[in-house]
Design a protein around this ligand. Sequence first.
Ligand code: CTP
Ligand code: CA
Length: 228
Amino acid sequence: MLRLAAPGPLAGMNALVTSGPTYEAIDPVRFIGNRSSGKQGHAIAAALAAAGASTTLVSGPTAEPDPAGCKVIHIESASEMLAAAQGALPADIAICAAAVADWRPAQLANQKMKKREGGEPPRIELATNPDILATLSAPGPQRPRLVIGFAAETERVAEFAQAKRRKKQCDWILANDVSPATGTFGGAENEVHFITASGAESWPRLTKRALATRLVDRIAQHFGKSVA
Ligand code: CTP
Ligand code: CA
């Protein structure tokens, strides 16, 4: 007998997720990057797709396989991530889980930079990257109805994250403590403060997959969709 799956709670909605690090080229062989496994962002994209949302994942370089049921766009730099994210609009939901490099080399060397005997190391001038979360959150006709960011902090986590949420004008922030002792980077678990305009909730330590499911349930609730 053929059984059709029930439509998920987010059926008919479009979602956009950024995940992984960005790489900012110094020359053809070197880059500046951030620590990020992409595990959390990829798990969120998979959970959105499983809930029925039509999901685009814009991913920096990671070892994670493309999640099932998502359209995946692979990029390297923050500028490419922004262009791909904007190209995926309109969306009802945008979740920025990527660890975007805040700066890029101001100049890209076309040839590999060579060491010189007894020479000084090169000085690399940096330029500021576009902020994808802030750009997507800015008021305008293309603004997704729900924009969610992450905040990586090493101290005063909930307080700094609430300030970040206001500054970037996103709706919710998941704040995590990325002090080395917590093992968040590359690990299978995550512990976050869930921050909205009305305050902060501390969520228990969860696997990145379980956290993704909990977040997607919360999103469905926000849109008045039953999670069954
Ligand atoms: N983010 C982004 N584009 C950037 C920088 C950050 O979209 N150029 C997003 C991240 O995906 C995350 C949120 O902004 O959802 C917060 O990132 P974080 O690095 O914690 O904050 P920053 O604003 O970059 O501030 P800082 O690194 O100085 O703490
Ligand atoms: Ca940053």
